[in-house]
Design a protein around this ligand. Structure first.
Ligand SMILES: [Fe+2]
Length: 204
């Protein structure tokens, strides 16, 4: 699941970079659309990090991941939070003043964010993913999965619509390992309307 979320994060960062580079000067409509997509992305990422801190780190610590490693992850999350806040300000400015200059400033903020995120995701994938995999059938990871599932009931439809939007066949297959196929098929359609209506049009 973590891998699928990481793929969605990387995909959106590339989309933002691309969209800002081609921003039509003066377009209120495009600025509003990108601002909306940004707010969704920001919200999902923030929610994901809090989940990692509250649910994943204690579970990982219980299977032997050193506290120092998890502290390092939290320090990276803090740097990401700063870069996210800076990008949020830039997207707010773009929505208010939809000029090429605002788009350039937002593109710079996205590039800074991308650098921090790329480093962090690679770090998590190198240090934590082998632990998730080695313990996947153990009671600690199963309990962690249940806690995440319970937590994700808040707008789970939009969450699934997000991670599936633009996902490769491999990523979709990987998602099916963790989530039953009927859930993947039904949730985004029934409850992912917010994403489908307000965010997905930005990437068409
Ligand atoms: Fe993380």
């Amino acid at each position: 699941m973590n891998k699928i979320i990481h793929a969605a994060v990387r995909r959106d960062l590339a989309r933002f970079g691309d969209a800002l580079a081609r921003f039509p000067d003066g377009s209120v409509a495009r600025a509003t659309q990108l601002h909306t997509a940004w707010k969704f992305f920001y919200g999902e990422l923030d929610y994901h990090h809090h989940g990692e801190h509250e649910i994943a780190w204690p579970a990982l610590e219980s299977v032997g991941v050193p506290k120092a490693t998890l502290d390092q992850m939290d320090a990276e999350h803090a740097r990401m939070a700063d870069a996210l806040a800076a990008a949020d300000t830039a997207f707010g400015a773009l929505a208010k003043t939809p000029t090429q200059a605002s788009a350039e400033a937002a593109a710079n903020a996205i590039a800074d964010l991308d650098a921090v995120i790329t480093e962090h995701l690679a770090h998590e994938e190198a240090e934590l993913e082998p632990v998730y995999r080695a313990n996947r059938s153990g009671p600690e990871m199963k309990a962690m999965g249940r806690q995440f599932a319970k937590r994700n009931t808040k707008d789970a439809g939009s969450f699934f619509a997000w991670v599936l939007n633009g996902a490769t066949p491999e990523e979709k297959a990987a998602l099916r390992v963790d989530v039953p196929a009927p859930v993947i098929a039904i949730l985004p359609r029934l409850f992912g309307r917010r994403y489908g209506k307000t965010v997905a049009p930005a990437w068409r």
